[in-house]
Design a protein around this ligand. Structure first.
Ligand SMILES: [Zn+2]
Length: 231
């Protein structure tokens, strides 16, 4: 294993992959967070490789900062939903039981360790469905529109959708976003009950219903991807 310290004072691991077909040095940041350098077989010593890495360090550091570390919930882990901190208390008993204490915000789960992450996510999905339902009802009332159902979706491609039949689907990962961002997506989908498009009339209704629209859109563009850590 090779390590290199970059100007941000952090050490990075890199591996060298000789490839006779390579014409020059090629740098990649692998999915597992390792810098991979492909070299034409001969003529490259570690000193040359390290200076090549340093030449590209701005790009490398940025790449690492954007890398999403997947979160796997464990015993004693905490997570934040709308500014409230929840703590996981796991007991390794196969009899599956989930208990939540409103006062202490402790989520107690009995299950085999391999099921813990899934069980925590399942609890969050139930929690967020209740929130989604209340907010949809609120915004739909303000717009004087009716809807059919509210669904929690596990989707990576969109934060929400609204069908022509009035079904509103929302991504459960919004539970980890700031409350106003989550509310924005709900308001956005509710506005589709009135306009099934993104016409100027749609945006007019939406910004009237939800004045922080531009701010929330900016947050989603900038930080939305970070929510996939919980996926
Ligand atoms: Zn839309």
């Amino acid at each position: 294993m090779n390590l290199i310290k970059l100007s941000n004072d952090l050490e990075y691991e890199y591996i060298i992959k000789p490839n006779t077909r390579a014409k020059k040095l090629i740098l990649r940041v692998d999915l597992n967070g390792i810098i991979a350098i492909t070299t034409p077989k001969k003529g490259y010593n570690n000193k040359k490789i390290e200076s090549f890495i340093r030449d590209h360090e701005t790009w490398i550091i940025e790449k690492f900062n954007n890398k999403i570390e997947k979160v796997i919930f464990k015993n004693q882990d905490t997570f934040t939903l709308f500014d409230e901190i929840y703590t996981i208390k796991h007991t390794n008993i196969s009899r599956g039981l989930t208990k939540f204490d409103q006062e202490t915000k402790i989520l107690s789960i009995n299950c085999k360790p391999e099921f813990l992450h899934r069980r925590v996510c399942k609890w969050i999905k139930t929690y967020i469905l209740e929130y989604f339902s209340n907010q949809v009802s609120l915004y739909a009332n303000q717009l004087q529109k009716t809807y059919t159902t509210v669904k929690v979706k596990n989707t990576k491609t969109r934060w929400g959708s609204c069908s022509s039949k009035g079904t509103i689907s929302l991504c459960w990962l919004l539970a980890f976003a700031p409350k106003y961002v989550c509310d924005y997506v709900i308001a956005h989908e509710c506005t589709h009950l009135q306009h099934l498009n993104h016409s100027p009339a749609f945006w007019h209704t939406l910004t009237h219903l939800f004045p922080q629209t531009a701010q929330a859109e900016r947050w989603l563009k900038r930080h939305g991807k970070s929510l996939f850590a919980y996926y």
